[in-house]
Design a protein around this ligand. Structure first.
Ligand SMILES: [Zn+2]
Length: 53
């Protein structure tokens, strides 16, 4: 998985589950701190619920 914001390949899995699909892993970019999902389908609701913007 590459961060789609900064393009870094450095990231780690993050605690937590996606409400709509618990099987999707959550990653956090080590470079910019962006939190993104295993699938490229990012949900706006997901970020909203987690206070990300
Ligand atoms: Zn990044």
């Amino acid at each position: 998985m590459q961060c789609y914001l900064c393009g870094s390949g450095k990231n780690h899995t993050r605690e937590g589950k996606v409400r709509d699909n618990p099987s999707i892993k959550i990653f956090e970019c080590d470079e910019c701190g962006l939190v993104f999902l295993e699938s490229q389908k990012t949900s706006e609701e997901f970020y909203k619920d987690n206070g990300m913007c």
